[in-house]
Design a protein around this ligand. Sequence first.
Ligand SMILES: [Fe+2]
Ligand SMILES: [Fe+2]
Length: 236
Amino acid sequence: MDVLSLKRYVDARARHADARRLEELLDRIIPQPALHARFVNTLARMEYVGVRKMLKSRRAERIDLDGLQHLLDEAVHALRLKKAATALSAASTAGLGVATFSDADTLAGDAGEAYFQALDRRAEAALAAFDGAERAEANYLLTSAAIEVRAQAFYPIYEQRLRAHAAPFSVSAITKDEDRHLEEMSQRLGVVLGQERRGLEAVLAEEEALYAQFLSAAEAEVGASETDEQRRAAEG
Ligand SMILES: [Fe+2]
Ligand SMILES: [Fe+2]
């Protein structure tokens, strides 16, 4: 499994109809700071869940320098996004606040976490041939590969829409880290998965379906907030 093979999946996702769907959704979210704050808080929550999964699944004897760096990078992503969400929320008058990662403080935050948990379970099922500590490590690599592929399809589109709307922050530093993570996962997966490479195809296909569900949940929440907005405007 070479580096190029995971990049190929990133390119396929960039051409997928869901890329256009994401752009349309972002163009509805970004102009509304209170809504945008909750969306950025959802991204922060997902980065945080990624850190928590790494801490739980990786044994000390497997953690090397890259492993520690990966943990820290994802924690920094969570922190940066949280700070951006907090600033957006403070600047808006309609915000409910983004103090926690609760569903109310996020935009489809529970759906975002459900995406992550479901992906983890699918990876677990695909790795039935592994046992004990090997399985936890293989799960980390497989789940991370799917997430990094998504991150590399998602963040560049998000950055492009942020610039188009002249938003007050950037996610380009996050994209650089995720690019490095993707390369690491590409290299390690080949070694660990061996004959189980088909598991990667299955998990990536599942990821696409789970991501579409998350987008649907976010679209529904944005639609509901727009309806509320219209009702308030009509009443006011
Ligand atoms: Fe990240
Ligand atoms: Fe990452």
